[in-house]
Structures are given as C-alpha cells and as structure tokens.
Design a protein around this ligand. Structure first.
Ligand code: NAD
Ligand code: DAU
Length: 355
C-alpha cells in the first residue's frame, strides 16, 4: 500500500544494476504508483538496460545516462524533473574487483556519494536514502549479530568505501540538517544479477558445465535475501523511515558457501532433471579471497518492530525462481557475457587444478 510514495518523483541512481532495476520494476509494477522515476546510471559493465526492457515506454519512467559525480547533470535533472527523493544504489559493488583495483571504488562510492550529498545540500527539500551494506560492520565469528549501532570495522576496499559513504551521509545530515536515512542490506540474489557474484556465477557455470570455484574451504557464511524482499523493505523505509535513522535489512537465511553451492546444485538438477553427481564433481576449491570476511549476520528487529517489515521468501523458493530466470533468459546471459569483466571472473580459475 503506497502512501507518501504514491505521487513522488524519485531519482534512482544505479537503476540499471541488479538491485536498482529490481526496485524500479517493483515500484512500476505497483498500479498505485502515479509518480515518476528518473534512473541515472553510467552503464558500467554492471549496468544493463536490458534489466528494464519493457518499461521504456512507461510514462512514469525516464532514463538518464550519466555519472553521479557530474554535478551539472544533477542540476539539469533537477530543473527538468524537480526531484523529491533520491534512492542511491549506484556503486562499484564487487569485493574481488575492489581488491584488484580499489581506486574506482573510492571515486564512485565515496566521491560519487559526496557529489549527490552536495546536490541535496543545494536542494535541501530532497530526501536522501543511501543503500549500504552489512559489510561496513566487518566480519563475525560463528556467533553474534550486528545491530544498527554496532561499530564500523570494514575490511576490504569495497566495504571501506561504503563505510566512508555512510559516514559522509550522516555528517551531511548532522551538519546541514538534511533528511537522510541509510539501510544496510545482507547479500541479495535474484534475477538480473551480474554473474561476477556467487549465485549467478554458480548457476551459469552449472549451465555451461564449468568449474564451480569455492574460495578457501567454503565455510564462510552469508545471509541471503531474495531481491524482491529488499525492494519491499526499501519501500517501507521510504514510506515510514525516520530522518537520521539507520535500518538493517536481511532475511536471516544464513548458510555456508559450500552448503549454498550444494543447495544450488540440488535445485538446478531437480529443475533440469540432471544428475547432481556430475555437478558436484565440478566443485573446485580455489585460493581464498584476501581478508575474506568470515560471516555477516544482521539483527533485523528494528525493521520488524518499527516499520513492520519481515522478509517472506524462503531460500529454496528464491533459489528456484532465480535458477528458472537464468535458464529462461539465456539471451540476457549471452549479452552480459560479451562484457569483458565476466571473462576476467572466469579466467581467474582456468589454471586451477580441479582435483
Ligand atoms: P550492481 O553492481 O549490480 O549495479 C551498480 C549500478 O551502478 C550499475 O548499473 C552501474 O552502471 C551503476 N554505476 C556505477 N558507477 C556509477 C556512476 N559513477 N554513476 C552512475 N551510475 C553508476 O550493484 P547492486 O548489486 O545492484 O548493488 C546496488 C547497491 O546496493 C550498491 O550500493 C551496493 O553497495 C549495495 N548492496 C548490494 C548488495 C548485494 O548483495 N548486491 C548487498 C548490500 C548492499
Ligand atoms: O553482504 C552484502 C554484500 O554482498 C554486498 O555489499 C556486495 O556488494 C556484494 O557483492 C556481496 O559481497 P560478497 O563478497 O559477500 O558477495 P560475493 O557474491 O562476491 O561472494 C559471496 C561469498 O561467496 C563470499 O564468501 C565469497 C564467496 N565466493 C564468491 C565468488 C564470486 C566464492 O567462494 N567463489 C566465487 O567465485
């Protein structure tokens, strides 16, 4: 049920990426939404207009190709559209890539966010929501949880850049009295995710019968959330979130990477009527990610108690939807594979011994 958002004009940054495009489709699919969405995206290797195909003709949707660091572009968007809310997804998002080449993470995630905050400073009626990550809190052992006020202990260039963006956002909130909220999400998965990330990479490598590279022993734990649940959570924050507050979003579906891979293989084989033994043989243990965070786990009581949000999609349901989507969208996969970064992701493992 939409209320404040019903007629709002939103600037969604990074809306051609995985989570941003799922959020835009989720809102446009809601017939109550009579407002406007401006999607500002630079279309890096991870941005893909295919993710919004079929929505291009919707008069509530406008795409602008450009960089969040371009202040003049932001001002011209404001002149034309009179933005009321910014939902800031745009970022460099792959941890391994941040370990290889950190600089662009600092430019996009820190300076890009600061450029948007300057824009809000010049237009202080705009509400700003920053999509952040559980990774800013660092790594947990087998026990324990992160709360919204847990200390920041980022351990990769990616998470350090996201932590910096969070600090800047809250500094602008305090210093310039701007309306700012932040959400920290756990690992999302679902349709249209670029196959550098664990779940789509494993699904596509199963389809192509390629090695399934597991870092270290595969005992690192992630809490996986179906991306549509994230969009629902976000709507509740945009509707009811309190100025200056931070919200944790997760589904409490923790699982080790190796167990997740076995579940993916089991579901893939059930769906495609294949023998799991063939895919289990493809599991390849590769050198661990440097500084690999062991476990993330978010306490989500605040979202549940204050905003009434609880994730509803089970892991098995979400995985089945995701596998089916990739199997039914092999043309999307082919186009994405033409982007060079995908080759780099797989080439890393071509020299690794399969035994
Ligand atoms: P993604 O990599 O799929 O998409 C990022 C998008 O940002 C792409 O469309 C890209 O073209 C765009 N972009 C990059 N630099 C830009 C720039 N300078 N100007 C404009 N657009 C630019 O990312 P995602 O996985 O959808 O993540 C979205 C946000 O959610 C990020 O801020 C990320 O840190 C955060 N997050 C992601 C996850 C996850 O599991 N994927 C979990 C928690 C938080
Ligand atoms: O927790 C939220 C974060 O989740 C987001 O902020 C990031 O943007 C997003 O990329 C994701 O980070 P992770 O590093 O957790 O996701 P990734 O899919 O890269 O890896 C998930 C786990 O699987 C992690 O423990 C590393 C491992 N892994 C990953 C890849 C790509 C493998 O074992 N093999 C692989 O090939």
């Amino acid at each position: 049920m939409l209320n404040k958002l019903k007629n709002a004009t939103l600037l969604v940054t990074g809306g051609a990426g995985f989570m941003g495009s799922n959020f835009i489709r989720h809102l446009l699919d809601n017939e109550q939404f009579k407002g406007k969405i401006i999607n500002l995206d630079l279309l890096t290797y991870a941005g893909n207009l295919d993710n919004l195909s079929g929505y291009d003709e919707d008069s509530r949707y406008h795409f602008v190709h450009g960089d969040i660091q371009n202040g003049e572009l932001l001002s011209s968007i404001q002149e034309e559209h009179n933005i009321e809310i910014i939902v800031h997804f745009a970022a460099q998002t792959h941890v391994d890539k941040s370990i290889q080449s950190p600089r662009t993470f600092l430019e996009t995630n820190i300076l890009g966010t600061q450029s948007l905050l300057e824009f809000v400073r010049a237009n202080p009626q705009i509400k700003f929501h920053l999509i952040s990550t559980d990774e800013v809190y660092g790594s947990l052992p087998k026990e324990g949880q992160f709360f919204e006020d847990s200390p920041y202990r980022p351990r990769s260039p990616y998470s350090a850049s996201k932590a910096s963006a969070d600090h800047l956002a809250m500094a602008y909130h305090e210093t310039y009295d701007l309306f700012i909220t932040i959400s920290h999400a756990s690992n999302n998965y679902g349709l249209c995710q670029y196959p550098e990330k664990f779940i789509p990479l494993m699904i596509l490598n199963c389809i192509e019968e390629k090695p399934l590279p597991v870092y270290g022993k595969g005992d690192n734990v992630r809490d996986w959330m179906y991306v549509q649940d994230h969009s629902v959570a976000l709507i509740s924050i945009l509707e009811k979130g309190v100025n200056g507050e931070v919200y944790n979003i997760a589904s409490n579906e923790e699982i080790s990477n190796l167990d997740m891979l076995h579940l993916l293989i089991e579901r893939f084989c059930e769906i495609t009527s294949n023998d799991p033994a063939k895919y289990i043989k493809l599991i390849t243990f590769v050198p661990d990610r440097p500084g690999h965070d062991f476990r993330y786990s978010l306490n989500t009581d605040k979202m549940q108690k204050q905003l009434g949000f609880k994730a509803t999609r089970s892991l098995k349901e979400g995985i089945d939807l995701t596998i089916n989507w990739y199997l039914n969208n092999l043309d999307w996969v082919e186009r994405v594979k033409n982007k060079t970064y995908y080759d780099w992701v797989n080439q890393q493992y071509t020299t690794v011994d399969m035994d």
